[in-house]
Ligand binder design. Structure first.
Ligand SMILES: Nc1ncnc2c1ncn2[C@@H]1O[C@H](COP(=O)(O)OP(=O)(O)OP(=O)(O)O)[C@@H](O)[C@H]1O
Length: 257
């Protein structure tokens, strides 16, 4: 039997020996990963590298063949409501008839219980979170009427009302304009500076160094992990991206990645 005292209680996210397979092909192979608290961490790797699978497995949404996961030393089942998760935009049904306020108040259900109506205090908390992401004037809007960047900010507000020490975002910058990207990154950096751990699947290697301070490079296996300066090296990029690296080396095309 495994010894549960071996895990690192100090890590925001600790993953040990995780292997995930959809059918015959492994999407993740023998992953050991540690992300310390208080960092702003990017997970990068080529298309199909397993980045989303890694996040979903950590959150208990995908079942691994083997291995185990701890958030702040605890199994994910004990951390529900304490981890803010912003899924990939295309995995959300944005036509579902619900308002911005409702989406944010959903973040409080773990504290309120599913069948209790949000009270005045909950309303105030939701409104404060919307103000933090600059969306206070949109509370009554249907979510279908928002731009992509606004939708991301609403989901970040939902994570804020949870007062989650850990935020996990799957490609929050996909399809948002440059101004909105700057707003979202500034917001995430502020949350990191308050002591939260921010974990982001990120696609754009031209910005990864300036936005993040911790890096996980993935290609089915972990290629490298650690502080940005140690991990963002030509050798690691080549190991993770192989032939695609030529695109990264050319700045104009590199953005297209
Ligand atoms: N539900 C699923 N059923 C079968 N295969 C899947 C499923 N989800 C992902 N895969 C496969 O697992 C591999 C990893 O996919 P994943 O979405 O985790 O990668 P990713 O690094 O997030 O990719 P991208 O950068 O393209 O979003 C891919 O080969 C993908 O086709």
């Amino acid at each position: 039997m495994r010894d549960d005292t071996l895990h690192e209680p100090g890590q925001a996210l600790h993953i040990e020996d995780i292997t995930v397979s959809y059918g015959a092909n492994p999407a993740l192979w023998d992953i050991d990963l540690d992300i310390p608290p208080g960092v702003m961490c990017a997970i990068v790797g080529p298309n199909g590298a397993g980045k989303s699978t890694l996040i979903k497995t950590a959150l208990g949404l995908v079942r691994p063949v083997a291995g185990h996961v701890r958030f702040l030393g605890r199994p994910v089942a004990q951390m529900r409501g304490k981890i803010g998760y912003v899924p990939q935009r295309h995995s959300v049904d944005w036509d579902f008839p619900t308002t911005v306020r409702d989406v944010v108040e959903m973040g409080l259900y773990h504290q309120l219980g599913w069948f209790r109506r949000p009270d005045a205090q909950a309303r105030t908390k939701a409104q404060a979170a919307l103000a933090e992401v600059g969306m206070q004037d949109y509370a009554s809007r249907q979510i279908s009427q928002l731009s992509g960047g606004q939708q991301q900010r609403v989901f970040i507000a939902r994570a804020l009302v949870q007062d989650a020490p850990i935020l996990i975002l799957d490609e929050p910058l996909a399809g948002v304009d440059a101004a909105t990207e700057a707003v979202i990154i500034a917001l995430l950096q502020r949350l990191r500076n308050e002591g939260r751990t921010i974990i982001v699947v990120h696609h754009d290697l031209t910005t990864v160094q300036s936005y993040f301070d911790w890096l996980v490079m993935l290609n089915v296996r972990i290629i490298a992990q650690g502080p940005m300066a140690q991990v963002y090296t030509p050798e690691n990029l080549r190991a993770a991206y192989g032939r695609q690296l030529a695109m990264i080396a050319t700045p104009t095309e590199g953005r297209a990645m």
